[in-house]
Design a protein around this ligand. Structure first.
Ligand code: VGL
Ligand code: ZN
Length: 243
C-alpha cells in the first residue's frame, strides 16, 4: 500500500510542480498521503460479517454491529468486493464441545499447532452463519466459505490452519489481476489478521481498515495481531482515507 500511495503521490506531485506554487505542492502532499481511490486492481474483502459474530450471535464480537454502516459505505467505493463466511460442520474441531473436559477459550495442541476452542458457532446452513441482513453489498462478486473441513480450522480466507490447504481466494484475485487488498470485518485479531498476514505472504499489497473492524481481544490478542501485521508490512488505515 505504501508503495502504491507513493506512485499516486508522484502523479499529484507532477501536477503540483507544474503549477509551481509551494502552497499547491504542500496541499498535494497532504492530500495524497491520506487518500486512496479504489480502482480495478483493488479489492475490498469483508471478513465474516455473519450473525454469529454480532450481538446475539453464538460468538459475538463486542460492538461488531458498529462496523456494518462503515462497511456498506466502503463497499460502494470498490468495484471488486469479496465476502467471507466462517462455515463450520456441527462437529468442528474448533468447538470446545468436541473436546470432553474443555471449555470455550481454552487452547489445545493439534497436529497443525495451537487451537483456541470456541463456543459452537457459524454452523453451515444455520441462521447464525448467515451474512448479516443489514450488509448491503449486492455487487459482491464472490463469497468465500472457509472452515468447512471438520478437522482443520481456517481463520484465514486464503489458507487453512494446516498452512497448506488453499481456499481458492488467491487464485481468484490473481486471475482477476488484483494487486491491492483492503480487509475489514470480524474479528480484527483472528480472521481479519490471519487473512491479512496470508495476503502479504501471497504477494498482495495489504491494508486493514481499523474502524471497519472489531476485535475479540483474548489475552492481549488484539495488540499482538496489530504488531504481527505491522511486522509483515500490512498497512493500518481508516475508512476515511478511502474516497
Ligand atoms: C473467528 C474465531 C473463530 C473470526 C472465526 O471470524 O475471527 N474467530 N472463528
Ligand atoms: Zn470459526
Amino acid at each position: 500500500m505504501k508503495r502504491r500511495l507513493f506512485i499516486q503521490r508522484l502523479g499529484a506531485l507532477t501536477t503540483a510542480t507544474a503549477t509551481a506554487s509551494a502552497g499547491t505542492l504542500f496541499s498535494a502532499l497532504a492530500q495524497a498521503s491520506s487518500t486512496i481511490r479504489p480502482g480495478p486492481q483493488d479489492a475490498l474483502i469483508v471478513i465474516d460479517l455473519q450473525n454469529c459474530f454480532l450481538p446475539g450471535g453464538t460468538l459475538a464480537v463486542q460492538k461488531g454491529d458498529q462496523t456494518i454502516e462503515v462497511i456498506n459505505a466502503l463497499a460502494k467505493k470498490f468495484e471488486n468486493v469479496v465476502l467471507t463466511q466462517d462455515w463450520h460442520t456441527s462437529d468442528h474441531i474448533s468447538f470446545a464441545s468436541q473436546h470432553p473436559g474443555k471449555k470455550p477459550y481454552e487452547t489445545i495442541t493439534l497436529p497443525y499447532g495451537e487451537q483456541v476452542l470456541w463456543p459452537m458457532h457459524c454452523v453451515q446452513g444455520t441462521a447464525d452463519a448467515a451474512i448479516a441482513s443489514a450488509i448491503d453489498i449486492p455487487h459482491a462478486q464472490v463469497i468465500v466459505r472457509k472452515g468447512y473441513h471438520s478437522g482443520v480450522d481456517s481463520y484465514s480466507a486464503f489458507i487453512e490452519a494446516d498452512g497448506k490447504t488453499y481456499t481458492g481466494l488467491s487464485g481468484f484475485l490473481k486471475e482477476r489481476n488484483i494487486k491491492n487488498v483492503y480487509l475489514c470485518g470480524l474479528a480484527t485479531d483472528f480472521c481479519v489478521a490471519w487473512s491479512a498476514l496470508d495476503a502479504r505472504k501471497l504477494g498482495f499489497n495489504t491494508s486493514v481498515i481499523e474502524d471497519a473492524s472489531r476485535g475479540i481481544d483474548l489475552n492481549g490478542s488484539l495488540q499482538k495481531a496489530w504488531s504481527q501485521m505491522q511486522q509483515a508490512g500490512v498497512s493500518r488505515i481508516q475508512s476515511k482515507e478511502i474516497i
